[in-house]
Design a protein around this ligand. Structure first.
Ligand code: ADP
Length: 351
């Protein structure tokens, strides 16, 4: 009982820490068993508030291991529940902050489900991207008597350290403007959620072009939807700029280099490079180093303005429940635990 009380207290302190010192917030989500798999044992022994306990087989030191995060969502959590704790971040974008929300985890653990939703998309299954944009327009509408907002989006894919614009069409090409971190990617003005849905569909279609097997390809590339917001205060004329990156990362699984050659080896090396560059940026932020190595990969260059400084960052870390994934699950949770310790600096209540 005392241990339980301590753990609750610890979680409350972590939560307060997240609020006041603006750590990177980390939410863990466990995918349900798919199809007929539920008869198998799960790696997840217990979930309670911000703590998840994993069963570790003998190879990893037989027993249990607990990890603490800001929140843990079990297999039955709905898309709405998962999004509900993300809403304050959307408000921040309209207040002129930079925000980064990214999904991390091995292939098949549910990253795309969290960010976009399943392929047979119905409204209640919509992921973070749709909900975030929906909220953004709703809040902008509520503030329309005091602030006038312009919203534009970019959608890119990073594959083998090459950035690909996913919103390119002839019509868009002609009207494109210059973006922030991806100067050549189309920046398209949007005024409603349905505009955004159309663009996301276009992005998905463009992503498929040139990919032999989309699922394969999408698990080995990072995709990023960036929303740029510019607000003009109608009384003072002050301009506020905020931006939000919504990132579905490539699968974090380690590829056995002895088993792959050619294109697969090249892809694996690039994914390794960018995810470890992300890890290095996070470590140097954690150690409060004066030099943060953002320039080591396209991914960290892209996220530079949304990781560190005054930016607000949220990582959704995903795990699969299958026992045979336990090795990846443990290394994913260890990475996430490291991310959760990063403090981005003291909070400023007003900007
Ligand atoms: P990833 O993007 O990490 O490779 P996906 O999001 O494609 O993984 O998920 C793999 C499969 O599991 C998909 O069929 C997806 O619809 C399903 N899935 C993932 N998370 C959930 C969930 N929370 N509830 C129901 N199905 C899910």
């Amino acid at each position: 009982k005392v241990l339980e009380e301590n753990r609750k207290l610890y979680n409350q302190v972590q939560d307060l820490k997240g609020t006041f010192t603006r750590s990177i917030r980390v939410y863990c989500r466990v995918r349900p068993f798919l199809g007929g798999q539920s008869k198998y044992l799960s790696t997840v022994e217990h979930i309670e508030e911000g703590t998840i306990t994993i069963i570790t087989p003998s190879k990893y030191g037989k027993g249990h291991r607990s990890f603490n995060f800001n929140k843990v969502f079990g297999p039955s959590a709905t898309q709405a529940e998962v999004f509900s704790d993300t809403q304050p971040l959307i408000r921040s974008v309209l207040d002129g902050y930079n925000v980064c929300i990214f999904a991390y985890g091995q292939t098949g653990s549910g990253k795309t489900y969290t960010m976009s939703g399943p392929t047979d998309l119905i409204e209640q299954n919509q992921g973070v991207n749709y909900r975030a944009l929906g909220d953004l327009f709703l809040l902008a509408e509520q503030r329309k008597n005091t602030v006038s907002y312009d919203v534009s989006v970019q959608m890119i894919e990073i594959y083998n350290e090459q950035v690909r614009d996913l919103l390119i069409t002839d019509e868009i090409r002609n009207s494109s403007q210059t973006g922030l971190n991806v100067p050549d990617a189309s920046l398209v003005r949007v005024t409603s959620t349905s505009d955004v849905i159309d663009l996301m569909n276009l992005g998905q279609k463009n992503r498929a072009v040139g990919a032999t097997a989309l699922n394969d390809r999408s698990s080995r590339s990072h995709s990023c939807l960036t929303v740029h917001v510019q607000g003009r205060d109608l009384t003072s004329g002050t301009i506020l700029r905020g931006c939000m990156h919504l990132v579905d990362l490539a699968g974090s699984e380690r590829v056995d280099k002895s088993e792959v050659t050619g294109d697969r080896l090249k892809e694996a090396q690039h994914i390794n490079k960018s995810l470890s560059a992300l890890g290095d940026v996070i470590s140097s932020l954690a150690q409060k180093n004066s030099h943060v190595p953002y320039r080591n990969s396209k991914l960290t260059q892209l996220l530079q303005d949304s990781l560190g400084g005054q930016a607000k960052t949220l990582m959704f870390v995903h795990i699969s429940p299958e026992l045979d994934a336990v090795g990846e699950t443990i290394s994913t949770l260890k990475f996430a635990e490291r991310v959760a310790t990063v403090e981005l600096g003291a909070a400023r209540v007003n900007k």
